[in-house]
Design a protein around this ligand. Structure first.
Ligand SMILES: NC(=O)c1ccc[n+]([C@@H]2O[C@H](COP(=O)([O-])OP(=O)(O)OC[C@H]3O[C@@H](n4cnc5c(N)ncnc54)[C@H](O)[C@@H]3O)[C@@H](O)[C@H]2O)c1
Ligand SMILES: [Zn+2]
Length: 279
C-alpha cells in the first residue's frame, strides 16, 4: 500500500485548485475492465488472433490496414466499439465529476482514449477534448469529403477468434465506399480532425478563464506520449501542480507534485475518503 501521506498530499492539491484538468490515457479504463495496449505482449493478450500473425498495434491501427485487410481492421475496431459500448466506466469517473462540480471553474478533460467513457460517465461533453478522436464517430476511408457522423447505426458482429468482421462494414453515406473510425491512427494523413479541433477550441476558451488548475493525469503511458506532453504544457503554462496516478510509471519531476503508483479506481477512492474526512 502506498504511504498514506501521499494520498493526503493529493487531497490537499485538489482542495487548493480552482479547477481540475483531467489528462487520461488507456490506464484510466483498465479498472472498468478495458485493456491497455502496453507493449506487444499486452496487446496480443487482448487480441490473440493478431498475436498469431505477429501484427503489432501500429500495423492494425492504420488506414492502410483498412485498405489491405478491411475485415481484419474492422474486426479489431468493431470489437473495440462493441466493448466500449458495453462496458460501464468505473466509479472513479464519477468521483472526478463530483470534485469538478465543487470547483468554481469546474473540470475539463483531455484524453487520448477513443472509448467515449467520460461522456458515458456523465461528464460535461462540451469540456471533453478527445485528442485522438472517438470510436463512436465515422468518416469516409477515401475520404471523399470532410464529413463525420455517429457510428450509432453500426452494430458490429465480430468473429473474435479470427479477429474478422462478419457483417457488413459501415459505408460512407456520400460515396458508398467503406467508412472507418474517426480516430487518429498511425501513418494517418486522412484523419478528419474537425471534431477534435472544435473540442480543442472549447477547451482552450475554458483554460483562458482558469487561474489555478490542478492537472490530474491518470494512466497515461510513455510510448504514445500525447497525454503526458499535454500535462507538461499545462504545467509550463500555469506553473501548476500535477497529480500523476499510474500503476507502473508514477514518477514526477517536481517535489511539490504527487505521483501515486496505484490503479486509477483505488487511488481516486482513497483520495475521496480523505476529502470526505476533511469536509
Ligand atoms: N480505452 C481507449 O480508448 C484506448 C485503449 C488502449 C489504447 N488506446 C489508444 O492507444 C494509445 C495508447 O496510449 P496510452 O498511453 O493511453 O496507453 P498505454 O497502454 O501505452 O499505457 C497505459 C498506461 O497506464 C498505466 N496503467 C495501467 N493500468 C493502470 C491502472 N489500472 N490505473 C492507472 N494506470 C494504469 C500503465 O502503467 C501505462 O503507463 C493511445 O493513443 C490511445 O488512443 C485507447
Ligand atoms: Zn465517401
Amino acid at each position: 500500500m502506498h504511504p498514506a501521506h501521499l494520498i493526503h498530499q493529493a487531497a490537499e492539491l485538489i482542495i487548493q485548485a480552482d479547477s481540475l484538468v483531467i489528462a487520461a490515457g488507456a490506464g484510466m479504463g483498465v479498472d472498468s475492465g478495458l485493456p491497455d495496449f502496453r507493449g506487444s505482449e499486452g496487446f496480443w493478450k487482448a487480441y490473440p488472433a493478431l498475436g498469431q500473425e505477429a501484427i503489432p498495434f501500429y500495423e492494425i491501427a492504420n488506414p492502410a490496414a483498412f485498405r489491405r485487410r478491411p475485415l481484419q481492421a474492422w474486426g479489431f475496431y468493431g470489437h473495440r466499439l462493441a466493448l466500449y459500448r458495453e462496458i460501464r466506466p468505473h466509479a472513479g469517473f464519477d468521483l472526478l465529476r463530483q470534485w469538478g462540480a465543487s470547483k468554481p471553474h469546474g473540470l475539463s478533460v483531455y484524453t487520448s482514449n477513443v472509448d467515449g467513457h467520460f461522456q458515458q460517465a456523465g461528464l460535461e461533453t462540451a469540456l471533453i477534448h478527445e485528442c485522438h478522436g472517438s470510436i463512436h464517430y465515422l468518416q469516409c476511408l477515401l475520404p471523399c469529403r470532410d464529413s463525420i457522423w455517429q457510428a450509432d447505426q453500426f452494430m458490429p458482429e465480430v468473429d473474435e477468434v479470427n479477429c474478422q468482421l462478419i457483417n457488413t462494414a459501415p459505408v460512407c453515406p456520400h460515396c458508398g465506399g467503406m467508412a472507418r473510425p474517426n480516430i487518429l491512427m498511425f501513418d494517418d494523413a486522412d484523419w478528419n480532425s474537425q471534431r477534435q479541433q472544435q473540442q480543442a477550441e472549447r477547451q482552450s476558451n475554458w483554460l483562458s478563464k482558469v487561474k489555478l488548475p490542478l492537472v490530474i493525469e491518470i494512466g497515461a503511458g510513455t510510448a504514445v506520449p500525447s497525454v503526458r506532453n499535454f500535462s507538461q504544457r499545462m504545467q509550463a503554462h500555469f506553473g501548476c501542480r500535477l497529480l500523476r496516478i499510474n500503476l507502473r510509471e508514477p514518477q514526477v519531476q517536481y517535489a511539490q507534485d504527487v505521483g501515486l503508483a496505484m490503479g486509477a479506481l483505488e487511488a481516486l477512492s482513497a483520495i475521496q475518503a480523505v476529502l470526505q474526512q476533511e469536509q
